[in-house]
Write a protein of this length. Structure first.
Length: 278
């Protein structure tokens, strides 16, 4: 991982973008800050095991913070670079970077997280290629979902509202107008506003549904074999690559149904790590 060293040094500036905070008593907040500071210090000294322990302790406390997630990803990436890797470290590094870019509103942190994520997934791809397996680690979202997320729920709702107003005005003018030009202008407004209203409302609904109900996770296992609902491995299914981002469909006991591109199957729950939502 050629860029890992640069990423480790980026933690000092990244830590300036946000401050980890905890709900509860002041002593809890102090303990949380100490864990965060200890993790950053361990990263600076290139002690990945100590950094992992600190940032995982923050996660166990329920801290949801973009910088903490980013630094946790750095800790796992550093452990890989220092040849102290444990199974699943690349997936856990990817999870931290995925969570950071999802949670953060800071463009610089998002850019750093995306660059780090690309590095991790490129390493996974190289390892798979050495095994003779060609796989696209990052499956793209559908065009419809990508479009709904491009502006967000509020923006699409505002467009739908504006289109509804334009449609109402057009219908009103067409009803009152007597001149051909006015009626033609009203007809154009109606033709443009009606489909825009339908499209924007549908996209707003998709964005709202994803905000409320979409659950995603990252594969943190080097051997996630898709199975059917009875736990029998699917012989023709491609094993899930480590660091892949999947959609959680359902959970049942120790098994999770997931969707990854066109593949929908089950894997043991322990092979996935859910992503926190803002």
């Amino acid at each position: 991982m050629r860029r890992a060293t640069l990423l480790v040094f980026a933690v000092t500036s990244a830590a300036l973008f946000a401050v980890v905070s905890a709900r509860g008593a002041p002593e809890d907040a102090a303990d949380t800050k100490k864990l965060f500071d200890d993790g950053v210090h361990a990263l600076q000294l290139e002690r990945p095991n100590e950094a992992v322990a600190s940032f995982e302790a923050l996660a166990d406390r329920g801290v949801v913070d973009a910088v903490a997630s980013y630094d946790r990803g750095l800790a796992y990436a550093l452990r890989v670079r220092m040849a102290a890797e444990q199974p699943g470290d690349l997936g856990r590094a990817a999870h931290g970077f995925e969570e950071a870019r999802t949670l953060s509103s800071d463009p610089r942190l998002v850019s750093d997280a995306e660059a780090a994520l690309a590095t991790v997934r490129a390493e996974v791809g190289r390892r798979k290629a050495r095994e003779g397996v060609r796989v696209d680690v990052e499956q793209r979202s559908s065009l419809w979902r990508s479009l709904s997320h491009s502006l967000g729920e509020n923006a699409w709702a505002a467009i739908a509202l504006a289109s509804a107003l334009a449609l109402g005005v057009g219908l009103f003018i067409r009803w009152l107008a007597e001149g051909s030009r006015a009626r033609a202008g009203a007809a154009i407004a109606i033709v443009a506003a009606a489909p825009t209203l339908v499209l924007a409302a549908a996209l707003a609904r998709t964005a709202r549904h994803d905000r409320l109900y979409l659950r995603e996770a990252v594969v943190v296992s080097t051997s996630a074999r898709p199975s059917d609902s009875h736990g029998i491995v699917l012989p023709q299914a491609t094993p899930l690559p480590e660091a892949a981002r999947v959609e959680i469909v359902e959970q049942n006991g120790g098994w999770t149904e997931f969707r990854w591109g066109a593949l929908e199957a089950w894997v043991p729950t322990a092979t996935l790590r859910p992503l926190a939502k803002p």
